[in-house]
Design a protein around this ligand. Sequence first.
Ligand code: C5P
Length: 349
Amino acid sequence: MRKLHPVAVFTLAILLFEHCATVTLTRLTQQRIDAPRPIPCVVVFLTEALKLLMSMCLELTNCGGLGSASTFGRLRDALCSSPQDTLRLSVPAVLYTIQNLAIFVALGNLEVVIFQVLYQTKLLLTAVLSVLLLGRRLTPRQWFALLALTFGVICVELSDGSTSGGGRSGSSGSGSPSPAKDLASEARRSRHEMLGVLAALLAALLSSLAGVYFEAIVKKAEAAAPSLWVRNVQLCVFTLPIAAATVGWQWSAVRAQGLVLDPPTVLLVVLNATGGLLVAAVIKYGDNILKNFTTACSVIIGTLISVVLFDFQLTVSFAWGSLLVASSAYVFATSPEPVAPSVMRTEAE
Ligand code: C5P
């Protein structure tokens, strides 16, 4: 079994609960009908701004206190001394920004649990990309765990037909709606669902690509490599203007609706920003695959929350799927690390 860095264990544990809370809160703010919904691009922009502030504070605290002028100088040097180095962060920045917007579209059109399930396709994608781009080695047992996880996810997905069907017919009223109206609303609903499914899958692909790219940068053995927090500041250098541009692009909607900075929205921004920094730490001290197993396990906690908040009905198929997700995470975590070819040769001799 692989030994994890203590920082990785600590951050993975927090990420498990943070991820659940973020998705549930996003769902609450995007689906409420009694109050205006926050506009996604505003939430993304505020999150990036807060992340920049938090990363700068963490870096400055790290190198000797917020009040020290020399630490500000070091931060400025890290950003300006090597523009090519900073420029490398533009790739994950663009991918993450589009991913964040796609998540909002998906959550606005899908059940929270279904979104979480579809989004877990990033697990296989990330594993494949880690092998192809980072040279990561996985044992057959670990691939088996990844496949079992995918199967568990499909089980949960299939359970949607029975669960959401019951819930929706209940919400459509108990009168006798006309068949034509029923057909029209059914068509509208399936269009919305298709959009949600596509947005969730796009977010999964972008998450995998961005995560693997970011891992390659933060794990590259370089002399005098910038700290993790400087890397995040560099990331924000790109994400913040992109997020600002999307706010500008949707300015008429933002003006009409206002910023909608009520407590749930502010909490969502804080959770998103904290989650982003947690993900960065997990990627540096652990890896993307571990991070994804953690968020896959949060599907189970998310389900329990959905049962209470969104009247989600548990089915046998869902329960089996969730069990598979949890047990595959266990099998993956307890798998011995693959032996490097050179070590195998030495042992054979
Ligand atoms: O779903 P996934 O785990 O890929 O989400 C990662 C999230 O973490 C993204 O929303 C991204 O904005 C955030 N992140 C970050 N800073 C990093 C790496 C990821 O804010 N260095």
